[in-house]
Design a protein around this ligand. Structure first.
Ligand code: SF4
Ligand code: SF4
Length: 220
């Protein structure tokens, strides 16, 4: 299991170092001259930094049901509209701290006899990523590949029950087509605009109460 050795919190005149493992403590002990005692000002600066960081996160929704909605909303018009804009450049994968897909290539040397096998970063937005022997492709269209990234981050994780997206926003900041990952997820969640007919929305409380019965069928 990987444990945190050190974590650096930026302060105006240095760093507050959080130590998270016995190894981290050993390194501190050996290099104690590099460290100063934490002062009241340091604590204030740390608290202020954390407050600003928390405020920088604009979205605080409950994303718990996102993976189910993504799977249920495969026909949502957002997929067509947004994937149409996508240039399939793969930058979103390149800048993402949790993208981990790779390809394996056999490189033959000029002598035609020797060579080596190389593992390289790959992007699920490239047509070649889903290409297999015989010219078959698991995700032949740009829309298939576009959807895959959203599902991979938020739906292919049922065992962990976590999103693989850490919310850093890099894929949105660097996308040359101006596609917003978080906005598109909010569209699926129905947070950008109401997508359900008003009649269904009005009936939801009634249906919810109908389920709220105890084992004897009494309302609870
Ligand atoms: S960075 Fe934007 S345009 Fe490029 S593949 Fe990703 S979503 Fe498409
Ligand atoms: S916002 Fe999520 S999907 Fe986008 S780069 Fe950050 S971790 Fe990856």
């Amino acid at each position: 299991m990987t444990v945190l050795t050190w974590f650096f919190h930026e302060l105006p005149d240095g760093w507050l170092v959080r130590v998270g493992s016995p190894k981290g403590h050993r390194i501190v002990d050996k290099n104690i001259k590099l460290f100063d005692e934490v002062t009241t000002e340091d604590i204030c600066a740390f608290r202020e930094f954390e407050r600003k960081r928390s405020e920088a996160f604009r979205y605080h929704e409950d994303w718990g049901d996102l993976r189910y909605l993504l799977e249920l909303e495969m026909e949502h018009p957002m997929w067509e509209e947004e994937s149409e804009k996508c240039l399939a450049c793969g930058i979103c994968n390149l800048v993402c701290p949790t993208c981990r897909c790779y390809e394996v290539q056999d490189i033959v040397n000029l002598d035609g006899v020797t060579g080596y096998r190389e593992r390289r970063w790959d992007s699920c937005q490239f047509r070649s990523h889903g290409l297999v022997a015989g010219g078959h492709n698991f995700r032949p269209t740009k829309k298939d590949r576009f959807m895959n990234r959203y599902l991979c981050k938020n739906s292919y994780n049922q065992k962990l029950g976590l999103s693989f997206c850490v919310g850093c926003g890099r894929c949105t900041a660097f996308c040359p087509a101006g596609i917003s990952f978080v906005r598109n997820l909010r569209v699926i969640l129905g947070l950008e605009e109401r997508t359900c007919p008003g009649k269904i929305v009005e009936e939801i409380p009634k249906r919810g109460f109908a389920y709220a019965k105890n084992i004897r069928g009494e309302d609870v």
